[in-house]
Design a protein around this ligand. Sequence first.
Ligand SMILES: C[S@@+](CC[C@H](N)C(=O)[O-])C[C@H]1O[C@@H](n2cnc3c(N)ncnc32)[C@H](O)[C@@H]1O
Length: 231
Amino acid sequence: MSRRNKLLKFAEILAFPNVFEVLGEYSPNPSLSGERGKPVEMKGNWNTNYFKNNNPITLELACGKGDYTIGLARMYPDRNFIGVDIKGNRIWRGAKTALEEKLDNVAFLRTRIEQIDHFFAKDEVSEIWITFPDPFLNKESRRLTALPFLKLYQKFLKMEGIVHLKTDSAELYEYTVEASLPNQDIFEMIYQNADIYKDKLILKELELKTFYEKKHLANGKKITYVQCKLR
Ligand SMILES: C[S@@+](CC[C@H](N)C(=O)[O-])C[C@H]1O[C@@H](n2cnc3c(N)ncnc32)[C@H](O)[C@@H]1O
């Protein structure tokens, strides 16, 4: 994408009512801005102030263009979905689709996931999808299923909340499955599959395909899936 195109999207996204952006990306006390840069306090307030209902909230982490956020929101109008990514030009796509389709059960949050506990209160989230995250094979601490990240999610995920990981990376898949064995006090493996499309899918949600998943499938890669429960 050209630099001009990116800048246009950054400008447009500022006026989107369904996008919230971090202020202070590397600050110990980041805050959020909403439509047209207005400061907002969303922690503990997503349902009251934005969705205006009491429906359960699902997060899509590393959402990119928000394919799961949008797909799940169409599938479950009585649930709320928030896509989270640091890249505004990617979030733009999902946010624009949500506005065009009037999906009022969708929001996007542009932040580093490392800071996410600043924006959700205890028990505010019911479920997490992590879709095709960068596997960071040379930097364990950045993997979104590394233990410190799971402990971060525990701060706002309801007890026994489900975390889904869908990835083309056999290494990230194996790393996540193996990490669960000595850490049963934190997370319990419910289901794992190293090649989901060779079997009957266990969830209709798995039929949704992200931008990156389509690329990996075109290159003949296997798609893996892990479902675990955080205690
Ligand atoms: C490979 S892309 C996958 C995007 C999308 N889920 C898909 O499947 O099409 C990984 C995404 O994770 C985002 N990402 C990686 N690390 C992140 C972090 N620590 N915080 C927020 N976003 C992150 C990147 O900006 C990128 O959009």
